[in-house]
Design a binder for this molecule. Structure first.
Ligand code: PAZ
Length: 354
């Protein structure tokens, strides 16, 4: 736990100590060694060819509430930005290491004949297009997919891959679009088994008796059902610790020569630029791309992402990036630069300016 770090620790050692504590306490994903071996081979191959390589992180990072995880907290990310950016990087000639949340494809599937599963008609063209591009990139060994589920899986994978990328220097780009949870349940406070929602098991464990408690113990019964057969529901209070901010460790230790782009998602437009600038000043990396939740929601309707680029020594730049319709046609990213925030309501209904 971070609270175990002695209070007299000099500030310059805090980040390293927090890293040691976190990675010792939170077990790595079971496939880490396999992923590291694949990533090493991929990076060495492209490094030998003198090719630029990008690590794109994508998707939400879940926070398990139980060790045998039935329930978890997730944070907003459909993985669209990461996937779309990976496509653009491939087109630009980068080798792409795609560290992504395992997605649920169920929304795109339907039952086919004889118990088979097929893509829904409305999604089939889009999926076929993506599948062909994916196969092509994979067959040319330009794309390596590394999946993760939880926040600790993500951080273990990120650290290992970033360290492997260190020899690439500035030819290695780290493009951190995953939505990284700020809070988690530390393993020493995590329930091994499914958290129970009633007191039924406590009674069973005490006396080995599943019979309901006597009817006069009113408080042990469910609020909404006075029947003694119904155990009382319990509320759930979750006590989360902050996830250590590892961007400093990434910039200073894991991949110090790499080009590092991070993302910042906010819901309050009044603080977005401040938070992006703060992050850049604090971690001293190359670019923060700020985006607003409400505008992401409007993306499909407006076919545009307004977002702000915050980089060292430059004024903030608002740009409009056209939404890529994965049906096949791809427009180059629009670069309609503005120094002022873009009001999405002011954007035209038709095609974006490119
Ligand atoms: O994955 P998506 O396309 O639905 O959303 C992208 C995003 C909002 C997760 C990404 O642009 C972003 O801002 N990532 C960083 C989020 C954060 O931790 O602040």
């Amino acid at each position: 736990m971070l609270s175990d770090i002695p209070s007299e620790t000099p500030p310059e050692n805090l980040a390293a100590l927090a890293e040691d504590h976190y990675f010792a306490a939170n077990p790595p994903p079971k496939d880490l060694a396999k992923h590291v071996a694949l990533a090493r081979e991929f990076i060495n191959h492209h490094s030998a060819a003198g090719r630029r390589l990008v690590l794109v992180t994508s998707g939400g990072t879940t926070v398990p509430l139980e060790k045998q995880t039935v329930r978890f907290i997730d944070n907003f990310s459909a993985g669209t930005r990461g996937a779309t950016s990976a496509e653009y990087f491939l087109e630009a000639g980068y080798a792409v290491l795609f560290l992504h949340a395992t997605d649920c494809f169920l929304d795109f599937l339907r039952e086919g004949p004889n118990g088979s599963v097929v893509a829904r008609d409305e999604d089939a063209a889009k999926m076929l297009h993506v599948l062909r591009k994916y196969r092509d990139a994979r067959d040319r060994n330009m794309l390596l997919l590394l999946p993760f589920v939880s926040i600790s899986d993500y951080l273990h994978e990120l650290r290992s891959v970033a360290q492997l990328m260190r020899p690439l220097g500035p030819r290695g780009l780290l493009y951190l679009a995953a939505a990284v949870s700020d809070f988690f349940v530390p393993p020493d406070r995590m329930s091994e088994h499914k958290i129970q929602s009633t007191n039924a098991v406590e009674a069973f464990k005490k006396g080995g008796n599943t019979a309901p408690p006597p009817a006069n113990e009113e408080e042990t019964f469910d609020n909404f059902d006075s029947s003694p057969a119904v155990p009382r529901s319990k509320s759930l209070v979750i006590d989360l610790d902050p996830v250590p901010k590892f961007l400093k460790n990434l910039v200073e230790g894991w991949s110090p020569q790499g080009m590092i782009v991070s993302f910042k998602l906010e819901t309050d437009p009044a603080i977005l630029v401040h938070k992006a600038r703060y992050s850049l000043d604090r971690y001293q990396h190359h670019l923060v791309i700020g985006n607003l939740f409400a505008e992401l929601q409007l993306t499909v309707a407006l076919k545009i992402h307004p977002e702000v680029f915050v980089s060292p020594g430059s004024p903030d730049r608002w740009i409009r990036v056209p939404f890529r319709n994965s049906g096949g046609e791809s427009s180059a990213p629009a670069d309609t630069e503005k120094d002022e925030p873009v009001d999405p309501k002011s954007l035209p209904d038709g095609e974006p300016e490119v």
